[in-house]
Design a protein around this ligand. Structure first.
Ligand code: ZN
Ligand code: ZN
Ligand code: ZN
Length: 149
């Protein structure tokens, strides 16, 4: 028998619904069904409602009117709002769940992390390990002699 119920069903940290449920309206964990970004901060509500966002025409303080808000919610519902499912970030090398973020200068990241891995998540431990190994190997390789023309 395959166990079909997962026991570690998570609860949205912002609005409190369990996984599989639609977030409460205004939850900042909800994804936008139009662009996939954060629903609270993307500009789809303005672009979809045809609101002129050019400077002078509109300011963020204006927000949506109650009427616009209503139309927007209907558009969202027609498009299909995205239920809450927690997709943890995994270290792409060791699989550690939700590794803490760390900062690395771009040049350093590009030096040690190969191109198709650069937009992935690495935990600090793996990154330091990769770096150490690459440096170690580089130390064993004699520097090319002479100049490039
Ligand atoms: Zn939520
Ligand atoms: Zn959007
Ligand atoms: Zn790792």
């Amino acid at each position: 028998m395959i166990e079909t119920m997962m026991t570690d069903r998570r609860i949205c940290g912002d609005c409190g619904v369990p996984e599989g449920h639609i977030h409460m309206l205004g939850c900042d964990m909800e994804s936008c069904p139009f662009c996939g970004g954060q629903l609270l901060s993307c500009e789809c509500c303005y672009t979809k409602l045809g609101i002129d966002l050019s400077p002078g025409a509109w300011t963020y303080e204006n927000g949506l009117t109650d009427e616009q808000e209503k139309i927007w919610v209907e558009m969202l519902e027609r498009q299909g709002r995205i239920p809450y499912i927690d997709y943890p970030n995994l270290c792409c090398r060791c699989g550690a769940v939700d590794p803490s973020m760390f900062r690395v200068p771009d040049v350093e990241w590009q030096r040690y992390v190969e191109p198709n891995m650069r937009d992935k998540m690495l935990c600090g431990q793996c990154y330091n390990q990769i770096k150490a190994w690459i440096d170690e190997a580089a130390d064993l390789t004699p520097a090319p002699a002479g100049r490039r023309s």
